[in-house]
Design a protein around this ligand. Structure first.
Ligand SMILES: [Zn+2]
Ligand SMILES: [Zn+2]
Length: 357
């Protein structure tokens, strides 16, 4: 029996711990994937905390439905190592990215193909054990996506940061036809968003970040212009650069300040899509929704279909690879600490290898 080595949450608000158990034998349609790469994401920090910050010191407790020790990590790429008796489609040895947003399969959201929105989900690394481990159990081979010829770390990162950005930007397609899109927050998801926006939209996007290093990275990655939102004239500068306002904005931060900035530079008929979860409230005079014919929409990762679309787009070479920092899985807690401290430009991806474990 192989062992399953994993870096688990054994208590909330505590560092991950290595725990070793027997490797599960895949049953029915299940597939056992040996993890090669797993990206680190802000959601991992929120789950490690056990809550999401809402506003005014209020929090959303996210500890329910997860027994400890629990393995985080949802940006997974690996190798099909063992398959259940009914998982005939999976080829042993094939290298795959794992779609982690797995639903119950029976609720209205799942039946509409939106397993990412399932409320009784089995999302890997969120409500079912994930990829900061030597192996991950996937319920069905339909969640495995062939990623060749992409690099495994890039393919892994596409499954959350890429998919989140892709799904959000798709919702802005008609608006981005009217002028350059505005991307707010150039962290891991935002940088992926920049690369995808350049592939999807007719014009290079504008980028906003409080961190000079992230603004420089955005310019180097093809942003048409960058803005520092803490500068007094930042909104005016965006309005000037867009001849009166932005039609398409994507808020990868999700805070009071970022949403105020996004809606503050919106043109009439403009739309903001929010993917970030930083916290804070969003005061807005109700009349502005009408007077600006404004849309503010939230999105949560993306569907399996969108994951296939995104991989196809990436395979066509249209998405410039973003800065990826590979670190050994044994350093997972240090990587999460760096992410929390805002020290990561691009995406950190953990490398699991038998030698390193
Ligand atoms: Zn994520
Ligand atoms: Zn469901």
């Amino acid at each position: 029996m192989t062992t399953l080595r994993r870096f688990s949450l054994t208590a909330y608000q505590a560092p991950l711990c290595e725990t070793i158990v027997d490797c599960p034998e895949p049953q029915g349609s299940e597939v056992l994937v040996r993890v090669e790469r797993c990206g680190a994401c802000h959601s991992d920090l929120h789950i490690q905390d056990g809550y999401f910050a809402l506003a005014d010191g209020k929090t959303l407790d996210v500890r329910a439905g997860r027994s400890l020790p629990f393995t985080l990590g949802h940006e997974i790429a690996g190798v099909v190592e063992r398959i259940g008796p009914e998982a005939r489609v999976a080829n042993l040895g094939s290298r795959v990215a794992v779609y982690p947003w797995i639903g119950c399969g029976a609720c209205p959201a799942c039946r509409a193909g939106e397993e990412n929105l399932c409320s009784t989900n089995r999302h890997l690394g969120i409500s079912a054990d994930g990829g900061f481990a030597s192996h991950v159990l996937v319920p069905h081979p339909r969640y495995l996506l062939d990623y060749a010829p992409l690099a495994p770390s890039f393919a892994a990162a596409l499954m959350c940061s890429g998919l989140t950005a892709y799904s959000a930007l798709k919702r802005l397609l008609p608006h981005a036809a009217r002028g350059p899109a505005l991307l707010i927050g150039l962290g891991g998801v935002g940088m992926m968003g920049l690369a995808i926006a350049r592939a999807l939209f007719p014009q290079s996007p504008l980028a906003v970040d409080i961190d000079v290093k992230k603004r420089e990275a955005a310019l180097a990655a093809g942003a048409a212009a960058v803005f520092d939102p803490t500068e007094v004239d930042a909104r005016k500068a965006v309005l000037q650069a867009t001849a009166g306002g932005v039609f398409a904005a994507c808020d990868f931060v999700g805070s009071e300040q970022s949403l105020a900035f996004a809606t503050g530079v919106l043109a009439k008929g403009g739309k903001v899509v929010v993917t970030g979860l930083l916290g804070g409230s969003f005061p807005q005079p109700a009349a502005m929704f009408v007077l600006k014919a404004m849309t503010v929409e939230g999105t949560l990762t993306g569907t399996l279909r969108e994951a296939h679309e995104l991989l196809a787009l990436a395979k066509s070479g249209k998405i410039a690879p973003l800065p990826i920092h590979e670190r050994p899985l044994t350093e997972v807690q240090a990587v999460l600490d760096d992410l929390r401290a805002g020290r990561v430009v691009g995406r950190s991806v953990l490398v699991a290898s038998e030698q390193r474990l």
